[in-house]
Design a protein around this ligand. Structure first.
Ligand code: FAD
Length: 402
C-alpha cells in the first residue's frame, strides 16, 4: 500500500515540504492542505498592509506537474491516535501514515487585555483600508513591538504615508538584537522618516483609541498595529502535542514531535526541544531549511535509511526600512550580530532579492527536488561566534517578533 503523507499548511515550510516530497518520496501519496488557495508571502505583509499589490500565487500552479493533491480547507481537528485529520471542506477525515505539521504562527493578540478588540495585526485584511482612512485624516498609527516586524511595519508606513504620525512603543530597546552600527543606522533612518520611538515601555492594556502603559499617561492612537510576538497554531495544543509556551511543537533532533514521532513539525510550528543545541527564531529563514531537512529524513525513512539530526546556521537578518532603504545585519551562526552591516539602497535591494529568492526557490524545488539547502548544509558555512563553542545554531536567538 502507498505511504500516505499529509502536509498541513502551505506557507514557506509546508509549500517547500510538499514540493520536495514530490521528488524525494516518489510513489507516496502526498496531500497538501491549506486554508487559502493562494500561497501567501507572509514576509511581505507589511507591504500589503500599506496598500501595495502583492503578486497572486495560486497553490495549484506552484504544484503543477508534481502529483501532489491539494485540498483547500481549514484543518479543524487532529486525531493523533487514529491518525486522522478533519478539514472543514472534506466530508471524511483525511488519513495519514506520516504527517508534516506546518501550520505556522500568527500575531499574539491575547496576552495583553484589549489587544484583540482594539488593535490589529499585519495579517489582518482590514488593516489596509483602516490605514488608508488614517492617512486621509493625517492621524496617528501606534506600532506596538520593537522587533523586526514592528520595525519594518513602522518604516514602511512612515515612508508611504508621510502625513501619518507613526509612533513605535517597545518594552525593551529598539532593535535589541542588532549590532551598535546597525542600531545607529536604524535610529538615523527612523529620524529621517519622522518615527517617534518610546522604548522600555510595557503596554498593559489597549482600549478604544488609547494604550495604557506601565507608567505615564495613556497614549492616544487612531490605529494600533500589534506586532508584539508570534504564537503557533492553537491546533497543536488542542491535538495534545507536547508544546512550549508559544504553542510550538517540541521536536527531537530529527524534527519529529517528541510526543508523537510519526509527526514532523517544521517552520514556526516546531521547535527543537533541546534549547542548548538550537534556539531558532520564528522566521522564514528558519522555516525553509527545517522543512527541507524534515523531508530528507522522511525520504530516508521510506528507503530504510537512518535519520540525520538537525543542524543549522544563520547568516544575516534582512530588514526592510521602506522601499528605499534596507538594513542587512550579518550574524554569526547562532544569530548573534556581527559588526558588519549593509545599509541604504543596497540593503533595500538585497532584502528584495531575499524575498524573491524564497519564491524562486519554491519553483526550483519543483523542477529540481532537493535543490533547497537544508539546515545541516547551511550549518557547514555558518560563522561560529567567538563567545561560544557551537556546531550550527546554538545559544540564544532573538525571536524575529519579540
Ligand atoms: C510582516 C512580516 C514580515 C516578516 N518578515 C520576515 C523576514 O523578512 N524574514 C524572515 O525570515 N521572516 C519574516 N517573517 C516571519 C515569517 O513570515 C514566518 O516566520 C514564516 O512565514 C513561517 O513560515 P511557516 O511556513 O512556518 O508558516 P506560515 O508562513 O505562517 O504558513 C502557515 C500556513 O498554514 C496555513 N494555516 C494555518 N492554520 C491553518 C488551518 N487551521 N487550516 C489550514 N491551513 C492553515 C496558513 O494559512 C499558512 O498558509 C515576517 C512575518 C511578518 C508577519
Amino acid at each position: 500500500m502507498k505511504q500516505r503523507i499529509v502536509v498541513l499548511g502551505a506557507g514557506y515550510a509546508g509549500m517547500l515540504a510538499a514540493l520536495r516530497l514530490a521528488g524525494k518520496a516518489r510513489g507516496a501519496d502526498i496531500t497538501l492542505v491549506n486554508a487559502s488557495d493562494q500561497f501567501v508571502e507572509r514576509i511581505r505583509l507589511h507591504q500589503r498592509a500599506t496598500g501595495q499589490q502583492l503578486r497572486q500565487r495560486p497553490i495549484q500552479a506552484l504544484l503543477r506537474g508534481t502529483g501532489v493533491r491539494f485540498v483547500q480547507g481549514r484543518v479543524t481537528d487532529l486525531d493523533l491516535q487514529a491518525r486522522a485529520i478533519r478539514v472543514d471542506t472534506l466530508a471524511e477525515p483525511l488519513a495519514y501514515d506520516t504527517l508534516v505539521f506546518a501550520l505556522g504562527s500568527r500575531t499574539d493578540l491575547d496576552s495583553v487585555p484589549g489587544a484583540r478588540q482594539y488593535a490589529t495585526a499585519t495579517e489582518s485584511p482590514q488593516f489596509r483600508e483602516r490605514m488608508a482612512q488614517v492617512a486621509a485624516s493625517g492621524g496617528r498609527l501606534l506600532v506596538v513591538g520593537g522587533g523586526l516586524t514592528g520595525i519594518e511595519a513602522a518604516a514602511e508606513t512612515a515612508e508611504i504615508y508621510p502625513n501619518v504620525k507613526v509612533t513605535l512603543v517597545t518594552r525593551g530597546k529598539l532593535g535589541s538584537g542588532l549590532s551598535d552600527k546597525a542600531g545607529r543606522y536604524l535610529r538615523q533612518t527612523f529620524g529621517k522618516l519622522g518615527i517617534e520611538v518610546q522604548e522600555y515601555t510595557a503596554v498593559t492594556q489597549v482600549e478604544a483609541g488609547r494604550l495604557h502603559t506601565g507608567a505615564g499617561q495613556p497614549i492616544p492612537f487612531d490605529l494600533c498595529l500589534w506586532t508584539g510576538a508570534f504564537v503557533a497554531s492553537p491546533l497543536a495544543q488542542e491535538a495534545g502535542f507536547a508544546i512550549n509556551s508559544r504553542g510550538q511543537i517540541l521536536v527531537d533532533p530529527y524534527l519529529r514531535s517528541l510526543s508523537h514521532p510519526q509527526v514532523y513539525a517544521v517552520g514556526d510550528a516546531g521547535i527543537p526541544a533541546d534549547n542548548s543545541g538550537m534556539n531558532l527564531r520564528m522566521a522564514c529563514a528558519t522555516a525553509m531549511p527545517m522543512a527541507a531537512h524534515a523531508v530528507d529524513n522522511i525520504a530516508a525513512q521510506l528507503k530504510g535509511r537512518g535519520l540525520k539530526p538537525y543542524d543549522f546556521a544563520y547568516f544575516f537578518q534582512c530588514i526592510s526600512l521602506g522601499r528605499q532603504r534596507g538594513l542587512i545585519q550579518l550574524v554569526y551562526a547562532d544569530d548573534s550580530p556581527r559588526e558588519r552591516v549593509f545599509t541604504g539602497r543596497f540593503g533595500a535591494w538585497f532584502k528584495e532579492m531575499i524575498c524573491k529568492y524564497t519564491t524562486i526557490m519554491l519553483k526550483y524545488e519543483r523542477r529540481f527536488p532537493g535543490v533547497y539547502p537544508s539546515g545541516p548544509v547551511l550549518a557547514k558555512f555558518g560563522a561560529a561566534p567567538a563567545h561560544a563553542n557551537v556546531k550550527g545554531a546554538t545559544g540564544s536567538a532573538a525571536a524575529r517578533n519579540s
